[in-house]
Design a binder for this molecule. Structure first.
Ligand SMILES: [Zn+2]
Length: 136
């Protein structure tokens, strides 16, 4: 991961529709993103929903043990865990303060907001993040 500045994220029309359909209700939903790292891009191949373990509706929390198990499953198919997606039902697809501080460097975040707002971010050092160019 080091030495690469990824500027784009490939996400198919089907997977976008799949994610957008989950931005419903009042509680955030969340899961993992699997795929590959191409030269300058994250390439998302599979989306998986996991239980949101947070104790409030406006945040999300994944079970670290489940990330390990699911990542091993996908590794057998040649896919790596690129990061996580979560919804902001009723809000925009902009990272919150908590989203910034909760992600580690190199991690990919896809945020699904209301009204089909969907954005991807690459997390950098010390809570920084950069929005990525979304491509098919
Ligand atoms: Zn968020």
């Amino acid at each position: 991961m080091t030495g690469h500045t990824r500027t784009g994220c490939r996400l198919s029309h089907e997977l976008r529709a799949d994610l957008r359909a989950r931005a419903t209700g009042t509680r955030e939903r969340c899961g993992l993103l699997f795929g590959r790292c191409a030269d300058r891009h994250f390439v998302i191949v599979a989306v998986l929903e996991l239980e949101n373990r947070a104790d409030a509706d406006d945040r999300f929390e994944l079970d670290p043990a489940e990330i390990v198990v699911r990542s091993a499953d996908h590794r057998a198919r040649g896919l790596v865990c690129l990061g996580a997606w979560h919804t902001h039902p009723g809000g925009s697809a902009v990272l919150s303060e908590r989203d910034h501080s909760g992600a580690s460097e190199g991690w990919l975040s896809v945020v699904v907001g209301a009204r089909n707002d969907l954005r991807a971010y690459a997390h950098g050092p010390a809570g920084t993040a950069r929005e990525l160019d979304l491509q098919q």
